[in-house]
Design a protein around this ligand. Structure first.
Ligand code: PLP
Length: 397
């Protein structure tokens, strides 16, 4: 009988695991933004660019040719071949298109599949704090426990290998990292990643590496975790098209991993998804084949904006760590005396600038706000001028 009356009784209809996760702090904020007119949004984590026209065109042509059916569960073979070529050329990694690659509905699905494929109830996943909002729920829903490793501005928001090792127990299943990082823009230096690889090897742990921002780095090199000596066989590499090619709405991403893990992920994927959207996969083939120039152009523009916003925050008295990757700035708001939720709500209501409270990304995000600079330079400049007024009003010295 579903016609129960009290809220408490209704709650019991929902699984404990679902009840344990909160609605996304970012989404709640988007509703506030939508209800306020004239807002400059530094909130949403997606490119302001439209998908490059040659990529859109490839999808349109495929639709006109009637290419509208399901694809192979693992993804269009040509896409897997292109992806295999891309990973070889970029990182000298050899993934077999037939059994070591899986095309997913964004990195979002790949994350979920990876966790469901490896976790038994009670297993622990060690990950940095702050980190992307979907990581916790993806661990909790299949019965896992996220174990947080604090990171801080003093350490450039790089997770410490020793801190990871200190949290390993007999329940630890994997180390989960995501660099370049959302929300901080941190990029891990190769040496530190090698130390994490050493820890993983010593304790025979898997490493899950979300590298969705791999192409968005500024003046530093991105190291693909799986490319570190000996790590390919114990890494689940997650990557996608949303950010580098401005393709968030197409919903296409991938996982690259040892074949037994890909087989397990494909088993779940084939029952709950079947295949990633067909036209999006066609677009992804075009992105891999000819998207390099568009990707570089967008990257250059993000870099210009990055420099302006970081300098702007420092100038107005919001000390800002220099992000070397992704498209987020993560200034400290501590000297305003407000917590990040109060700061972002007041900023939205009083100055119509939207940013995301750092606390939405974990306890260590408190005291910061996430500002996405994938928006026009004019918007960035106007947002900075509004924020200057706001900060001057509230700063406690
Ligand atoms: N991983 C990180 C770190 C992200 O920031 C995002 C999106 O914001 C995703 C994964 C999800 O990306 P996708 O659009 O490929 O599902």
């Amino acid at each position: 009988m579903l016609n129960k009356t009290s809220v408490q009784e209704q709650k019991s209809l929902i699984s404990q695991r679902v009840n344990r996760i909160s609605p996304s702090g970012i989404r709640r904020f988007f509703d506030l933004i939508a209800a306020t007119e004239g807002v400059i949004s530094l909130g949403v984590g997606e490119p302001d660019f439209v998908t490059p026209s040659h990529i859109r065109q490839a999808a349109i042509e495929s639709l006109n040719r009637g290419y509208t059916k399901y694809t192979s569960n693992a993804g269009i073979p040509e896409l897997r071949q292109e992806l295999s070529r891309y990973l070889k050329e970029s990182y000298n990694l050899g993934y077999a298109p037939d059994d070591e690659l899986l095309i997913t509905v964004g990195v979002s699905e790949a994350l979920d599949l990876a966790m469901r494929a490896i976790l038994n109830p009670g297993d622990e996943i060690i990950m940095p704090d702050p980190s992307y909002v979907a990581y916790d729920p993806c661990v909790i829903l299949p019965g896992g426990e996220p174990i947080k490793v604090p990171t801080s501005q003093e350490n450039n928001f790089e997770v410490s290998p020793a801190d990871i090792e200190a949290r390993i127990t007999d329940k630890t299943k994997a180390i989960f990292i995501g660099y370049p990082a959302n929300p901080t823009g941190a990029v891990m230096p190769r040496g530190k990643l090698e130390q994490i690889a050493e820890v993983a090897r010593r304790h025979q742990l898997l490493v899950i590496s979300d590298e969705i921002y791999a192409r968005l780095v500024y003046g530093v090199e991105h190291t693909c975790f799986a490319s570190l000596p000996g790590m390919k066989d114990s890494t689940i590499l997650l990557g996608g098209f949303s950010k580098a090619y401005a393709m968030t709405g197409w919903r296409v991403g991938y996982a690259a991993a040892p074949k037994d893990i890909i087989a397990a992920m494909t088993k779940i994927h084939q029952y709950v998804i079947m295949s990633a959207p067909t036209m999006a996969q066609v677009a992804a083939i075009e992105a891999l084949k000819s998207g390099e120039d568009s990707c570089r152009e967008m990257l250059e523009e993000y870099n210009r904006r990055r420099k302006v916003i970081v300098k702007g925050f420092n100038d107005i008295g919001l000390p800002c760590f220099e992000p070397r990757g992704a498209f987020y700035a993560f200034p400290s708001i501590r000297n305003t005396g407000m917590n990040s939720e109060v700061f972002t709500e007041k900023l939205l209501l009083e100055e119509k600038v939207a940013a995301v409270p750092g606390s939405a990304f974990g306890q260590c995000g408190e005291g910061y706000i996430r500002c996405c600079y994938a928006t026009s330079m004019a918007n960035i400049e106007e947002a900075l001028s509004r924020m200057k007024r706001f900060v001057t009003k509230y700063r406690v010295t």
